[in-house]
Design a binder for this molecule. Structure first.
Ligand code: BG6
Length: 484
């Protein structure tokens, strides 16, 4: 006998984006520069060692002096800044219940620590939010999605400086007050576990300016944890009917074999990944981090009151991105998985995307269960999807059956997890409209239901068109996940 339970009636179906990957208009209407504006396109042949984006102070100086001959695709995005009405109309046509955006902090406070916010920036998001409400689409807003104002990098070395907590709290308070009637779902830091992989992406931290890299990374993270808790406090005070959550790049980690060393390694990997949600949901540093800090000579500097803040202002829900699972092995001879930001070895049971990300729908059910068991808080999948090369036919149509298959299989596993008892609030697939890739700045790594005519060199008309997956997702939403 199989359970027939389906998605709850109020399930939030939609799509997710980030300001720096769609908006463009990087220097328009008073916007300041952010970390994403410093990231140049690197052709495939020149990419080394995974996708972590590292940048030195020298490089920043050269970029600002106009001495770097490169393209910066995140400055231009897909011109959502001027085309948001058309794009939102397409989301509405698919029946979106929710649309995830981020506010680009440097649009509101161009240097990060300005005395007054930039009205033109605030007005832009008012326009976007109003447009969403016109169609009954709930906004889900991320406060920080790899968009640290560059001014804060220059002044404080980004989140390495404790001063940035106050700057962030002021920014959060400003947007909570401004949008309190328009936004009821918030997220603090996108993939807060990005920091150890790329401190510049995760927190505007330039690593050549510090002596002890690991110490700086975990100190910067501590600042983000405190800032996240303070934002949670402010959100609850200013918008009592809002829900605010944290966001993790979830890496469900499997042992390569039942060899106890592999199992132990996987357990450790899961702990190092769940550390971030442990702090946000349980309100304290988990004990297993003590040993990690001790063995890596990390001595966190906490101010009096920090622990109380973390304990008191825990999140309402836990959100995460899920693209792949991770497999770890104690034996060095096992082949490494290509392209996975988080490392690991090849899982012989899984196929990988064209970028080497190991596709694992069942892993999503595993992780939903594991996270719900651990926290008993509502979960929200705020990113999932397949980055793929799309081929437009002569008539312009795009038959992206591979994308439909990927999403279908993941959504089917979400339904299983709901039947298992998991409380799942919603699902926003990543990049419902093609956008600039975070890790590679490519345009050709496409996730969308909506095709955007632009290539890796920035050529194209930017015209939007519907792929086959557009009609498919529309049907999924219309049937509340019954017809996949
Ligand atoms: C997540 C990020 O890591 O994955 C997004 O939150 C990103 O910003 C997405 O775009 C997919 O990664 P990529 O590198 O394929 O764009």
């Amino acid at each position: 006998k199989t359970s027939k339970k389906g998605f709850p009636d109020n399930f939030l179906w939609g799509g997710a984006t980030a300001a720096n990957q769609i908006e463009g208009a990087y220097n328009i209407d008073g916007k300041g520069l952010s970390s994403a504006d410093m990231v140049a396109f690197v052709p495939k042949e020149q990419r080394t060692g995974g996708h972590a984006i590292e940048i030195t102070s020298k490089q920043i100086e050269r970029i600002l002096a106009g001495k770097v001959d490169a393209r910066f695709p995140k400055r231009h995005g897909i011109d959502f800044y001027h085309r948001y009405k058309e794009d939102i109309a397409l989301f509405a046509e698919m029946g979106f219940k929710v649309f995830r955006i981020s506010i680009n902090w440097a649009r509101i406070f161009p240097n990060g620590d300005d005395a007054e916010p930039n009205e033109a920036g605030l007005q832009f998001y008012d326009n976007v939010l109003d447009e969403l409400h016109k169609y009954g689409i709930q906004p889900l807003v991320t406060l920080a999605h790899y968009e640290t104002p560059l001014g804060l990098t220059q002044k404080y070395n980004g989140w390495a400086g404790r001063e940035v907590i106050d700057c962030f709290a002021k920014y959060a308070e400003t947007v909570f007050r401004r949008y309190k009637d328009k936004v009821k779902y918030w997220l603090t830091f996108n993939e807060i576990n990005m920091m150890p992989l790329s401190p510049f992406t995760g927190g505007g931290v330039v690593i050549d300016r510090v002596e002890n890299k690991l110490q700086t990374i975990y100190q910067a993270l501590h600042h983000q944890f405190v800032a996240s808790a303070l934002a949670t406090k402010l959100c609850h005070e200013i918008i009592p009917d809002a829900k605010i959550g944290c966001m993790l790049a979830r890496m469900e980690t499997y042992p390569y074999s039942c060899k106890p060393e592999d199992v132990l390694k996987a357990q450790h990997g899961n702990q190092m990944n769940l550390f971030y949600t442990d702090v946000h949901a349980r309100g304290e540093y988990p004990k297993y981090m003590d040993r990690f800090f001790e063995e890596n000579d990390i001595a966190l500097h906490k101010e009096p009151g920090d622990d109380e803040i973390l304990k008191k202002y825990t999140v309402d829900y836990i959100s995460f991105s899920y693209y792949m699972s991770l497999t770890v092995s104690d034996s060095p001879q096992n082949e490494r998985a290509e392209g996975n930001l988080f490392g690991g070895v090849k899982n012989p049971y899984l196929k990988a995307s064209e970028w080497g990300w190991q596709i694992d729908p069942i892993g999503l059910r595993v992780t939903l269960n594991a996270m719900y068991d651990r926290y008993q808080k509502p979960l929200f999948i705020v990113e999932n999807g397949l980055g793929a090369y799309d081929q437009a036919e002569e008539d312009g149509s795009i038959h992206d059956t591979y994308r439909i298959d990927y999403l279908r299989q993941h959504i089917a596993q979400m339904k299983e997890a709901i039947r298992d008892g998991v409380e799942l609030m919603g699902y926003t697939s990543w990049g419902p409209i093609d956008l600039i890739s975070m890790s590679t700045s490519e345009m050709s790594k496409r996730y969308g239901f909506i095709y955007v005519d632009q290539d890796d060199e920035g050529n194209g008309t930017l015209k939007r068109s519907r792929k086959d997956s557009f009609e498919w997702y529309k049907r999924v939403i219309a049937t509340n996940g019954e017809e996949l």
